[in-house]
Design a protein around this ligand. Structure first.
Ligand code: GLY
Length: 374
């Protein structure tokens, strides 16, 4: 990495710190997800929501890098609140990694808390319980009343497998890793298309395990390219390689990353779906931040000749976000602007807490301040 990028990241990390020092004072009793008029909302009363670990994760990153106790205390508050979700079977789904790696595992890594380790192991045990043996996949969401989702798996789940790799290592029990690898093996074949683009949802027959079809999910349509899903593929497969050293996961991560790079518009702004009409102007900055984290992870595993491509792509995404899609006003809670949950939603281009989380993680990676949590 060039000294310029290291220095740039150091400056941006300090700006994140200046913002978060103020944000945590205002939001230490909340679990933020979205923001209106610069003020974070609070999801403490919707405790099973999948994004409820990200603010805690960002606070642990800040605590690790800058040491202010208030970051740690506020992160612990969130972790305590999540216990209610851990006890609610129907509230638990494939997203336990997002929730407990960034809270309980972070706490355990920083403080050695036995309580935190126990929480994360319970979450991992629940996650392996979602494995469908016939199709060799981890089931995504629970039924919404009509029993139609038992055979659904989603690309996002690749990001939750690190909870299982962690649990396998902590307990010295190979079951966790075996199931993570089985899901990743299925995902290589079922989700990644010939050109490197990823499906969001794959539907399996729950009894035979045969693939019934794919769905566009949060993207535009079946066969299109939802950008955040593509970013989950880039980072998720790279992380599975990091934990297993299985070459096909790295090859899949690279293929997904090369596709992502080939679709980045000249201005570096990432749309909600790479196939959408260019005139729409619907963006997803969170996809840019997640993909940047994935590119930086891949960079650490490839040859000297290959590194430049992934590093340059990450820098383009991150510098575009910093210059064009960041709010540095310390009275405003969020940092990253213009994210979108899904193509077919009524609203687009607003701040979401995980845009901030992944931007922070990527910047901290670049300047050596990161607490590695995946
Ligand atoms: N994991 C859900 C999403 O990316 O929106």
């Amino acid at each position: 990495m060039g000294n310029d990028d290291y220095a740039w990241a150091g400056r941006v990390a300090d700006k994140i710190y200046e913002k978060m020092k103020m944000s945590v004072m205002r939001n230490r009793d909340k679990i933020p997800y979205l923001a209106a008029d610069g003020i974070f909302d609070d999801w403490s009363d919707r405790i099973s929501w999948w994004t409820n670990g990200f603010y805690g994760g960002q606070l642990w990153q800040l605590y690790h890098a800058y040491g202010d106790g208030i970051f740690r205390q506020a992160a612990k508050n969130i972790e305590d609140k999540l216990d209610q979700g851990l006890a609610d079977y129907m509230g638990m789904d494939h997203d336990s990694g997002f929730k407990w790696l960034l809270t309980a595992v972070a706490n355990y890594k920083k403080t050695g808390s036995a309580r935190s380790k126990n929480r994360a192991l319970l979450a991992a045990a629940n996650l392996v319980g979602r494995f469908n043996l016939a199709g060799r996949f981890i089931r995504a969401w629970n039924d919404k009343g009509n029993g139609d989702t038992a055979g659904w798996a989603i690309i996002d789940c690749m990001m939750n497998l690190p909870l299982l790799y962690w649990a396998g290592q902590e307990t010295n029990d190979p079951r966790f890793t075996q199931i993570a690898k089985a899901h990743a093996d299925t995902a290589v074949k079922a989700f990644i298309r010939e050109n490197g683009s990823a499906s969001h949802i794959v539907q399996f027959d729950v009894d035979t395990g045969k693939i019934k079809g794919t769905l566009g999910g949060q993207g535009m349509e079946t066969g299109s390219s939802w950008t955040r899903g593509q970013a989950w593929a880039v980072y998720g497969f790279a992380l599975s390689y990091r934990h297993t050293r299985i070459e096909k996961y790295l090859e899949t991560a690279k293929k997904a990353a090369v596709y992502f790079e080939s679709c980045i518009p000249g201005n570096g702004i990432i749309p909600v779906d790479f196939c959408q009409d260019k005139e729409l102007g619907w963006e997803d900055s969170s996809a840019a931040a997640i993909a940047a984290c994935g590119m930086l992870e891949i960079e650490t595993h490839v040859t000297e000749e290959e590194k430049g491509f992934f590093h340059k792509t990450a820098m383009k995404l991150l510098k575009t976000l910093e210059e064009n899609r960041s709010n540095w006003d310390t009275d405003v809670d969020y940092i990253i602007e213009n994210c979108s949950v899904a193509y077919h939603d009524d609203k687009h281009n607003f701040p979401m807490v995980y845009g901030d989380y992944y931007f922070t993680e990527a910047v901290f990676k670049l300047c050596g301040k990161e607490l590695f949590l995946w």
